[in-house]
Ligand binder design. Structure first.
Ligand code: ADP
Ligand code: MG
Length: 646
């Protein structure tokens, strides 16, 4: 009986391996750049076309290859970097598997030119889908050039799977940045479709970081330096006030290799404890060096995780050294005894002078007279604590209380001349009105009549703000409680969308145009968003390579909010720009509404509260925020009655 097991032909095996190594153009960029670094190049040029889909070329001035090696490098498991398994534990190079070139050659058209310094002539090889097409002797400069064209030409399914050029370009950019940051002593340049994205002369870490991020990065960096037996740490963290909304600029390098580590990230974050606004992310660029035998990088080629021998020691050292740096540069309190925050004075009691307790005695009080006006209602002051009985989430906003909002707390409520005066304006003539028309929001008519002027109870104040979070307003059937943040999001969202669709946003001209600096990746995104942003009222002057110039802004934005809005937008769009312009507008409107909506914890004047409530109910879709959360709830008088009946 003939055997049914067969060895796969090399080109098939290579194609299968390629599935793991090469996922997208960025994978090719990574492999070729790393090979150039391993070849000890001091000058590396990356050229791509169509986000790398049509061309990825890397030209280096490294050691080059001999004629034999030039051919051998495309064979599977062909590597010059390790000879025996033990070498894995003292690895000083990026590559070691000898898989990359074989894999790439299996799924693309590839051209290689290489020459070693001492040789007169070099080698020029063309290989397509693992088949050698030609090999010639050629006059070449020292070093190696790999050009990879038509990626996945023979695997249409994989080719179709690639994302838009914008997304693929971002991946390429990520890989380029990682390698360029890890090797500041190498001159890197990068061209996309003929235009220069980066030209980074050999430099130190700081200059390289600034070169890659943006001109404004320099002033944000705080150096970190630590030398111990088990680890050396060099690099920079950013001052807390420059923390960003997204995690875009967080880099760990271990022995010059970019890695991701949730654990070490946690160490950094804990060093910033108490210094960051909620949810904001500090940028960091940390270059760790550990003895090669204390880590295990023998992992999947495309993975960036790493295993350390003594993780918890690294954690402690990293945390301490960053804390120290932040402290030294006066951005953090140096002393920190892991305070128990439960022992802190509650915020709203801080700086409030203690009052000597007094006893109020009403000398005129006579229990045997019938005169109600004599009664004291001092107890009603405790009634104000009732508002804190709302749901648990209110406790999170508790710290946002300013002392002033609490001043009513310590005040003794003066005896009211007559308790009826508390209810002045309540429609007492027609008490049945309360019972009629139970309130349903599904019903359009009821909704639209909600705030007819004569429907709102005619008290002097129509709305009340509680916990700087909710606006309460009496309505015919009871009361409505509006979440100020979500309501405002809804209002702004509809406004922006309307402006964008009818394209008639008005903008305010800035006296001094704003220069806003961004990284190359961000600049690219902004360029694509510009047309949509202009429909909201932004006016841009011609932008430079690393910054945009904003000369006009939408009317509902203040100058100081501009950079926040754009940053939020970039962070919201991190996962790729939506394909259709409709959803792009929607994303922009949502993002801007999110940044600009009045926050929980903001005090609103009576007029602002009023505008907010009216604005909400003038919306097309007042019931939910743009993020599908309820914007208000109602409470009918019967519901309240029930609570009192208990
Ligand atoms: P690995 O990097 O894991 O060794 P590769 O398939 O990426 O495997 O490369 C195979 C071999 O080809 C390398 O070990 C190296 O000897 C040679 N090589 C690849 N790229 C270059 C380059 N740019 N300059 C000189 N030699 C190179
Ligand atoms: Mg390699």
């Amino acid at each position: 009986m003939s055997s049914i097991i067969q060895l796969l032909p090399d080109h098939v095996a290579n194609q299968i391996a390629a599935g793991e190594v090469v996922q997208r153009p960025a994978s090719v960029v990574k492999e070729l750049l790393e090979n150039a670094v391993d070849a000890k190049a001091t000058d590396i040029k990356l050229i791509i076309k169509d986000a790398g889909k049509s061309l990825v070329q890397v030209i280096d001035n490294g050691v080059g290859m001999t004629v034999t090696d030039a051919r051998l490098c495309f064979a599977r498991h062909a590597t010059s970097k390790i000879r025996q398994a033990e070498d894995l534990f003292s690895l000083g190079t990026k590559g070691f598997r000898g898989e990359a070139l074989a894999s790439i050659a299996a799924i693309a058209h590839m051209e290689m030119k290489t020459k070693q310094d001492q040789d007169e002539l070099g080698t020029h090889i063309v290989i397509e889908g693992s088949k050698f097409v030609s090999q010639e002797v050629a006059v070449l400069p020292k070093g190696t050039s790999f050009a990879v064209k038509n990626l996945f030409f023979n695997i249409p399914a994989r080719r179709n799977f690639l994302k838009s050029d914008t997304v693929e370009f971002r991946h390429v950019m990520d890989e380029f940045q990682r390698v360029a940051l890890a090797h500041p002593n190498i001159h890197f340049s990068f061209y996309h479709n003929g235009s220069e994205m980066y030209n980074l002369p050999a430099a130190g870490y700081r200059q390289r970081i600034v070169g890659i991020m943006s001109g404004k990065t320099n002033e944000k960096l705080v150096p970190v330096n630590e030398e111990t037996d088990i680890i050396s740490i060099q690099g920079f963290v950013c001052k807390p006030e420059f923390a960003k909304k997204n995690r875009g600029e967080q880099f760990f390098f271990v022995n010059d290799r970019f890695i991701k580590s949730g654990y070490l990230h946690h160490a950094v974050m804990s060093a910033y404890d108490g210094l960051l606004k909620d949810g904001s992310q500090p940028s960091y660029f940390l270059f760790l060096k550990v003895p090669p035998n204390t880590i295990d990088i023998n992992i999947h080629p495309t993975k960036t995780e790493i295993k350390f021998d003594d993780e918890s020691a690294l954690y402690a050292i990293l945390r301490a050294s960053i804390k120290h740096s932040l402290g030294q540069f006066n951005v953090a309190p140096v002393l920190d005894f892991d305070r128990d925050s439960n022992l802190d004075t509650p915020y709203h009691y801080k700086d409030v002078e203690a009052e000597t307790p007094t006893i109020q005695v009403d000398g005129t009080f006579n229990p045997f007279t019938d005169d109600k006006t004599n009664q004291h209602y001092s107890k009603t002051s405790s009634g104000s604590s009732y508002s804190s009985g709302s749901n648990g989430s209110s406790s999170s906003s508790g710290s946002s209380y300013s002392g002033s909002s609490y001043s009513g707390y310590s005040k003794r409520v003066e005896p009211t001349a007559s308790w009826e005066s508390l209810y002045v304006g309540l429609n007492t003539e027609n008490p049945e009105a309360i019972e009629s028309s139970p309130f349903t929001f599904e019903n359009e008519e009821v909704t639209s009549s909600l705030f007819n002027d004569d429907e709102i109870e005619q008290s002097t104040q129509k709305t009340y703000q509680i916990h700087k979070k909710y606006i309460v307003s009496p309505i015919k059937s009871g009361m409505v409680i509006v979440d100020q943040h979500r309501a405002h999001q809804r209002i702004l969202y509809e406004q922006f969308l309307l402006n964008m669709t009818v394209n008639q946003a008005s903008s305010q001209q800035l006296l001094f145009p704003l220069d806003l600096f961004y990284s190359a990746t961000e600049m690219k995104l902004i360029e694509e968003l510009k047309p949509s942003l202009e429909t909201t009222g932004f006016v841009f002057d011609e932008s430079k390579t690393d910054h945009i110039v904003v000369s006009g802004i939408p009317v509902n934005i203040t100058e100081s909010e501009v950079s926040l809005v754009i940053e939020q937008l970039l962070s919201d769009l991190q996962d790729g720009i939506p394909a259709s312009s409709y959803s792009q507008n929607d994303t922009i409107a949502k993002s801007m509404a999110k940044s600009l909506a009045v926050k929980t914890g903001s005090y609103l004047t009576e007029k602002e509260q009023d505008n907010l409530v009216n604005g909400l109910f003038a919306c097309k879709d007042p019931n939910i925020s743009p993020f599908q959360k309820p914007t208000f709830i109602t409470m009918r008088v019967e519901d309240i009655d029930k609570k009192f009946a208990l």
